[in-house]
Write a protein that binds this ligand. Structure first.
Ligand SMILES: Cc1cc2nc3c(=O)[nH]c(=O)nc-3n(C[C@H](O)[C@H](O)[C@H](O)COP(=O)(O)O)c2cc1C
Length: 193
């Protein structure tokens, strides 16, 4: 079994992101080859980056409070799904701040994305974030899910519409992530310098 963490990268009070997150959690839980855990960044008080230097160059970056809790979650993961909106043609600052806070815990792990937004469905944000994640030695995989015009995809009960869910073919993306997570798990113990 591989451990997949689903990280919700939108924290505003009136967010749509929780609906998308719930859908992704539900679908990922159907895959028998993975252990799934959700991480809602709203539940972690991660301060604006204030480490002494880039954690890539520190054995002990001096984490405290919720940073320690989140570090443990990221460290035990074999792969990630970032659920994220597009803000001003890019990824949300809260997500970038969380990413910058860690380094070793991300390394050599695959990541995919479920993005949402207006006409672009968050694709611009995801393409930019792929470049960032390569610097952390992550493996952004080819498949990802993008949901355009997100506010029109929610039904009267506050859930993603059935036809919207089906159009994502998210099971294929999760299968691809699971393949990478499984494939990189053992070689990752032999750390690249
Ligand atoms: C500050 C801000 C900037 C936004 N910029 C974009 C954008 O560039 N492209 C886009 O497709 N949607 C944009 N949107 C619309 C969001 O994708 C949409 O409001 C979505 O619901 C935000 O996710 P959230 O509800 O989980 O916060 C923006 C929304 C906000 C709040």
């Amino acid at each position: 079994m591989t451990n997949i963490k689903i990280i919700l990268g939108s924290t505003r009070d009136n967010r749509v992101g929780d609906k998308v997150f719930n859908f992704v959690m539900e679908e990922a839980s159907k895959n028998p080859n993975i252990n799934v855990e959700g991480i809602d960044l709203k539940n972690y008080n991660i301060p604006f980056f204030n480490l002494e230097m880039n954690p890539a160059y520190m054995d002990n970056p001096g984490y405290s409070g919720d940073q320690v809790k989140l570090l443990k979650k990221i460290d035990e993961a074999d792969g990630f799904i970032f659920v994220m909106p597009e803000y001003n043609h890019s990824y949300p600052g809260v997500l970038k701040n969380m990413i910058d806070t860690f380094y070793n815990e991300w390394r050599l792990k695959p990541v995919t994305f479920v993005s949402y937004g207006g006409i672009s469905g968050g694709t611009r944000a995801v393409e930019q974030l792929r470049l960032v994640l390569i610097e952390l030695q992550m493996v952004p995989i080819r498949s990802s899910v993008h949901i355009p015009f997100i506010s029109a995809q929610i039904n009267d009960n506050g859930f993603l519409k059935k036809e919207t869910k089906e159009a994502t073919h998210i099971d294929k993306t999760i299968e691809e992530l699971e393949w990478w997570a499984k494939t990189l798990k053992e070689p990752r113990t032999n750390k690249l310098k």
